[in-house]
Design a protein around this ligand. Structure first.
Ligand code: ZN
Length: 247
């Protein structure tokens, strides 16, 4: 066998296929449990004049980032850079303390529930109230890594050169040289065919590939077991011969 890139398969406990209940939309062919990563999402602009990778603004000296396993990417200002956020954290701590009996607690819970049921139903006043009292409200979704409720994957990342919406690609995507016509033609045709560029360049096993690996690992393990059994049998026979010889 070639280099073992999935050591968890050799550890004796073989993870059988248990697809996540909620698969990210458009990624149903991937074995996602082994595949989650918190890499920064990658983007490209395949436009003939651009042919470039796009690094979304990332400034940890000003912002706090939250990148989920599915590459939802949320951002909010650092508390030290935003007195308003710091105030919201203070308010939240006060309101959520066990001893606090003020009216905001009930109001906050009510607005949060309203938002949960229908985010669009919030009035501006309610939205402001949340911002003032709930630091979670400060997270802004920059890149949505999975389409909840079948919604398409979304992001707001635009090409700095041409202004068009960037194309999101998987973490294993390697950008070809600008004059590499052949590679760019391939990329263009994948995109226009509606290929899932994140899944395609994720470097993840598909469900079928994963199943195949599990089978192979189990076969090797059986082989090992029968070899051990034979070794035991051999020493048993040698021992028998030795005992007989002594008798
Ligand atoms: Zn562009």
């Amino acid at each position: 066998m070639s280099e073992n890139t999935r050591p968890h398969l050799s550890k004796g406990s073989f993870a059988h296929i248990t697809p996540l209940e909620i698969q990210p939309a458009g990624r149903t062919g991937l074995y996602y449990k082994q595949c989650m990563s918190s890499y920064r999402p990658k983007f490209i602009c395949p436009g003939r004049q651009c042919r470039r990778s796009i690094k979304p603004t990332y400034d940890p000296s000003r912002n706090e980032y939250d990148i989920s396993e599915f590459q939802d990417w949320r951002v909010r200002p650092l508390e030290s850079k935003s007195p308003e956020l710091a105030a919201a954290k203070g308010n939240a701590n006060r309101i959520n303390s066990r001893t606090y009996k003020g009216p905001e607690k009930a109001v906050l819970a009510e607005i949060q529930e309203k938002k949960f049921k229908d985010p669009k139903s919030l009035t501006e006043g309610e939205h402001n109230f949340l911002r003032e009292n709930d630091p979670q409200e400060w997270w802004e979704l920059v890149v949505s890594g999975r389409g909840w409720n079948g919604e398409p994957l979304e992001h707001q990342i635009r090409c700095p050169s041409c202004g068009k919406l960037a194309v999101r690609v998987g973490s294993k995507f390697e950008i070809p040289g600008k004059t590499d016509e052949k590679s760019w033609k391939e990329i263009e045709s994948l995109i226009s065919a509606g290929e899932d560029m994140v899944a395609r360049f994720s470097g993840c096993a598909t469900i079928e590939e994963h199943e195949e690996m599990v089978k192979e690992a189990e076969r090797l393990k059986r082989q090992e077991v029968s070899r051990d059994e034979w070794e035991q049998e051999k020493s048993r026979r040698i021992e028998q011969v030795r005992v007989r010889g002594e008798a």
